[in-house]
Design a protein around this ligand. Structure first.
Ligand code: NDP
Length: 258
């Protein structure tokens, strides 16, 4: 059993984010003590509310990741929950596509900026806001865990195979591909910058998963369900040591090229 004290997941109202919460409650290899599920509208996130009712480990916090001015308040709430142990694992999962654009005519500055804000800027700014708590976790766990691991302190950015320049194929998916390719670069930079602090940083491709994101106009047909995706990602995450520099893993553990 891998020890992870606390985990925070953004965009946990549905899809892959909600499945992470479910699996952290039931997974046999890892059972975090604290699961902080953030979402834009807790009052309408009924599936998440049900999980909270069934297990006191689940804390729901309101967070629209585009609302940078609200980050200080959220960090304060996280601090109150995790206390002096810090935050062990941050999963930057929230993202949009609205809708996938396959012709350049569909691309507007407003749309491009909106997708970049949610998919790229927000994960970096939220990591920045939570960095002191991640660093605290790395320090507190330095005796038990040498080197880098998700049980010491880690940031996982949910990326996409659509970001892979080497594997580029299929429809244009304007703005979405660019947002995730830029996120991958931020991941590499954070991984290098945070290594000295004992914080692991990695991007993941979750697979082509049956969620509302794929149901967006222009989305590809799904290949797997959320349970397969998240079971796979958790199992791969638990083995990460921060040594991978060649690309980013998908839910099967295969390393995809940047
Ligand atoms: P969904 O559309 O099902 O879920 C997206 C989640 O992000 C929702 O909870 C949504 O909340 C939340 N969200 C969107 N914008 C914001 C915001 N501004 N602030 C807070 N939360 C927000 O998509 P998936 O579950 O499929 O996507 C999860 C991750 O996986 C994303 O990063 C996506 O890019 C990535 N991915 C998914 C693939 C797939 O095949 N499904 C393939 C490759 C990558 P709300 O309910 O409020 O809308």
């Amino acid at each position: 059993m891998t020890e992870i004290y606390s985990v925070l997941i953004t965009g946990a109202s549905k899809g892959i984010g909600l499945e992470f919460v479910k699996q952290f409650l039931t997974n046999k290899s890892v059972k975090p003590h604290i699961i902080i599920a953030t979402c834009r509208n807790p009052e309408t996130a009924t599936a998440l509310q049900e999980l909270k009712k069934s297990d006191k480990k689940v804390h729901i916090l309101k967070l629209d990741v585009d609302h940078f001015e609200a980050y200080d308040k959220v960090v304060g709430e996280v601090k109150t929950i995790v206390k002096d142990k810090g935050l062990t694992l941050l999963i930057n999962n929230a993202a949009i596509c609205v809708p996938f654009s396959d012709t350049l005519e569909d691309v507007t500055p407003e749309k491009f900026i909106s997708i970049l804000t949610t998919n790229t800027v927000a994960p970096v700014m939220l990591t920045k806001a939570l960095y002191p708590l991640l660093k605290l976790s790395a320090e507190k766990n330095s005796k038990e865990t040498k080197g880098l691991s998700v049980s010491r302190a880690a940031v996982i950015n949910i990326s996409s195979i659509g970001a892979s320049i080497e594997r580029r194929k299929g429809p244009a998916l304007w703005c979405y591909r660019e947002s995730k390719a830029a996120l991958n670069m931020s991941t590499r930079t954070m991984a290098i910058e945070f290594e000295k602090d004992g914080i692991l940083v990695e991007s993941f491709h979750p697979g082509v998963v049956d969620t509302d994101l794929l149901a967006c106009p222009g989305g590809p047909p799904s290949e797997i369900d959320t349970a397969t995706s998240v079971t796979g990602m958790i199992s791969v995450m638990l083995q990460l040591t921060g040594k991978n520099k060649e690309g980013f893993p998908e839910y099967t553990g295969e390393i995809l090229p940047f």
